[in-house]
Design a protein around this ligand. Sequence first.
Ligand SMILES: O=C(O)CCC(=O)C(=O)O
Length: 270
Amino acid sequence: MRLNETQLEGYRRDGFLRLPGLFSAAEVAVLRAEIERVADIPCEEIRREAEDGPPKAIMHMHAPESGTASPVLQSMVRLPRTLDVAKQLLGDDELYVHHTKMNLKAAVDGSVWPWHQDYGYWRFDGIQAPDMTTVMVMIDPSTELNGCLYLLPGSQADGRHEPVFDRSTSYGIWTVPREEMRDRLRRHGPPVAITGAPGDAVVFDCNLMHASAHNLSAENRWQAYLCYNTCANQARTVDEPRPEWVRGTDFRPLTTVDDRSLLVGGGEAA
Ligand SMILES: O=C(O)CCC(=O)C(=O)O
């Protein structure tokens, strides 16, 4: 899949690009079944809202050695629709996956993601340049009530800020200092609500400010995130690195698979 000049321009200006209907209903059903299959596996790659709470994020499904390993996710990160789009946006043919996550914002329980910028803390993983992008795919309908993603258009142009660690959530997250965030909201606002239907996608720059609210609805809001980095920009050695499931170190360039792979069960060689 090739993006046209208007789409590329939009991504450069806004820091994100919507890709409606990127995945079919049949493919979303396959992804949902995979998430349901791994969600009960006891392993460290599954992060919870609280110790006994529902899963918040299922990490690393694309990696064959993971406790959450899924042939379908191995394919999803290698499709022309995901990998080739990321290659085009990053202007590089050699990409690897920094991490993948299925963010399962559970009905009523699923909690807030405060304003942050992914490269704010990915820099701490030893990644030297913001040459990274994320493809997000909706598995459920995403609404303002169920905690859709909000993006702040143009905020990527300000570059990286130095994040602060926010312990106000059950899980802890590197966020934007409050006063700085107010300033950015005034300058770049208003934020855009990324609502949509299952299969809709958005691709966004790693310096783009984003956040999402609590799920106040009766329905789950599941979304898949595929985070790509260029191999040339691979994470350097750091003291006390985060685990492999969040700071991928398989720096081999990804090769594309057939665009229909998800429907035949996936797998790297599909
Ligand atoms: O899934 C969400 O609502 C937000 C996730 C997010 O911001 C992140 O994983 O960095």
